[in-house]
Design a protein around this ligand. Structure first.
Ligand code: 6R9
Length: 570
């Protein structure tokens, strides 16, 4: 086949020989990079911060280069270690213990990182939430996790339905509230807390993180990760991120998303590397400015951002000096071959696609710096990972045949359970394979090619949205009788959310009504879950057992054959 490939450049990458490393590799080989390998004392926060803070050569190195409009701060490893100690003391004062859930609902800020690591230092489980979440999304997650403490800001507190959260004992507010007596004030508590803390030693299999994510059915589920994940964060930080001592690393992902924790926090800090932290939404010029100003060397971002840069034009980029940049990666949705080609021209660099999921905790299939890139392919499994394409029964399929992308059970960063839903975890496995729900094929040379989702999960601008959540919100609106929600292909956003609704009696179709319904989802759930298109139908197709036939809605929308409709309700 005549295919464009992009050869690796002859640079001194950390992972030199993919094949040889794969053949000889055991996950235990990574253990030597951690202090617990000798001391037996485990805590990911110790490995990411305190270990460096105790190292005279490292303690004054910048861990976080933070900037937001109107605020710039640098925190060294020693600073962040101490700040998180203080916060851990604050939490202890409020009776937080190992295994308790402590949630963060706030923008990225120095306080966020101090709190995040403070939580881990107490042995509690951290639950970071996107600041874009509205009341319903916040309620679902805090209720399901039975969170005991929430750290948030005065601007976001009104989205926290406190009356409906009986398990939530303490709310800590970061920032002036005017109602400080009702809440715990972050800065006041921190000022009164010691910067020394006896870190809680845990087991590798103890919980550290809950990330809520969407499936095709039911409410968002709490994906439970344990300290053991650090082994894979470290290894992929070395091989895939190619981190080196003097790097300035920027991961653009929000910590509400697994990329923002595994690769926005853990992998770089475990390697003791300096991180650029930049919050909020930005224009293409803000992205370039951030890269230039901080002399970023390694950049991990997402296709939706890269597509935005492409449509902004190469001329905009030429105004900046981006010569520091040496390595770019992408995750979250398919990386269009055109974007890879553009990157080659615009940055004179390859853009490395990486594939993984909230559930998998860390990268699994990637384009390694040392390997050639086939634009459009997600690359190959990292050492220690066996990947394949399987059918419904978990039988492996030959090359070039499409099926369910699957990973051989057992890797360090794999989720250990679905919170509050013990049976659910098992449903991910068939015949010893973790089955991803992504359809893909593998070519003769072992490169994997993403084709789409096998279920109804929507991926809009890299955000995973469950149709059920949106449908549930839609039918709360008095005008909406029934709703079915699908992802509709879109050139820049990957997919957009399209809702089909039927109206209750007494309601007439109008543009105002549709806009009102859209706003209802936007303000009730979150902006990214609001349907961009709404179509009114007399009824929504359902199976005899009452399930919405989203597949049929999609076929109609795309003008495709409707397939088997034997289960369609009369
Ligand atoms: C880390 C993360 C997981 C789903 C996954 C797939 C899609 C992720 C991708 C990709 C094509 C890639 N996805 N990376 N699709 N190419 N490189 O994204 O986690 O939010 O749980 O999403 O995202 O469909 O199953 P999460």
């Amino acid at each position: 086949m005549d295919m464009q490939v992009i050869p690796a450049r002859s640079e001194d990458y950390n992972l030199k020989d993919y094949q040889k490393t794969r053949e000889n590799f055991k996950w235990d080989d990574v253990n030597k990079h951690f202090t617990w390998n000798e001391t037996g004392k485990v805590n990911i926060a110790y490995e990411a911060l305190d270990r460096h803070a105790e190292n005279p050569a490292k303690k004054d190195k910048v861990a976080l280069l933070y900037s937001a409009p109107g605020r710039e701060e640098r925190l060294t490893f020693a600073d962040l270690s101490k700040q998180s100690n203080r916060f851990a003391n604050v939490l202890k004062k409020h009776d937080v213990n190992k295994g308790d859930r402590v949630f963060l609902f706030m923008p990225r800020s120095p306080e966020f990182y101090a709190a995040f690591f403070g939580i881990l230092k107490t042995g509690a489980i951290a639950g970071p939430l996107f600041e874009a979440f509205m009341e319903q999304a916040v309620r679902d997650r805090l209720q399901d996790s039975e969170a005991k403490v929430l750290i948030t800001t005065p601007a976001l507190i009104e989205r926290v339905p406190q009356d409906e959260l009986p398990k939530l004992e303490t709310i800590i507010l970061v920032g002036e509230s005017g109602v400080a007596h009702t809440y715990i004030d972050y800065h006041r508590e921190m000022a009164g807390a010691s910067d020394e803390f006896d870190i809680e030693w845990v087991n590798l299999e103890d919980g550290m993180l809950l990330h809520y994510t969407s499936g095709s059915t039911g409410k968002p589920k709490g994906v439970y990760h344990v300290h053991n994940a650090m082994i894979q964060h470290y290894a992929t930080g070395e091989w895939v991120l190619d981190l080196k001592e003097d790097d300035v690393y920027w991961c653009t992902a929000d910590p509400g998303w697994v990329t923002g924790t595994s690769y926005g926090i853990f992998a770089p800090l475990l390697h003791g590397v300096t991180n650029v932290i930049r919050g909020g939404r930005f224009t293409p010029d803000d992205w370039y400015e951030t890269l230039e100003k901080n002399e970023v060397t390694v950049w991990y971002t997402a296709p939706t951002a890269l597509r935005m840069l492409v449509s902004h034009g190469e001329g905009a980029l030429r105004k900046y000096n981006l010569t520091s940049l040496r390595h770019i990666m992408s995750v979250g949705e398919p990386l269009n071959p055109e974007v890879v080609t553009w990157g080659l021209k615009a940055f004179n660099l390859r853009i490395h696609d990486t594939w993984w999921m909230t559930e998998t905790g860390a990268q699994l299939i990637v384009n390694l710096p040392t390997l050639e890139i086939r634009p459009g392919s997600m690359g190959k499994p990292i050492p220690g990972i066996e990947a394949s394409i399987v059918d419904h029964e978990g039988n492996e399929l030959p090359p070039n045949q499409m099926g369910n992308l699957a990973i051989k059970e057992g890797w360090p960063a794999m989720m250990r359970q679905i919170w509050n839903n013990p049976g659910k975890y098992e449903s991910y496995f068939i015949n010893g394979w973790y089955v991803s729900g992504d359809s893909a094929y593998r070519d003769e040379d072992g490169y994997f090619w993403f084709q789409g989702r096998l279920d109804d999960v929507i991926n809009t601008s890299g955000e995973r949205v469950g149709p059920f959540e949106v449908e549930s919100k839609l039918i709360e609106h008095p005008a909406v009788a029934e709703a079915g929600v699908i992802g509709k292909p879109h050139p820049e956003r990957g997919e957009i959310i399209k809702a089909f609704i039927s109206l209750n009696e007494g309601y007439e179709k109008s543009d105002e009504l549709l806009e009102e319904i859209r706003q209802f989802v936007k303000t009730g759930l979150s902006a990214h879950a609001a349907p961009r298109e709404i179509e009114i139908r007399d009824s929504i197709p359902k199976t005899r057992s009452g399930k919405i036939m989203r597949r049929l809605l999609k076929s109609w929308e795309l003008g495709l054959p409707t397939g088997d409709t034997s289960t369609l309700e009369e």
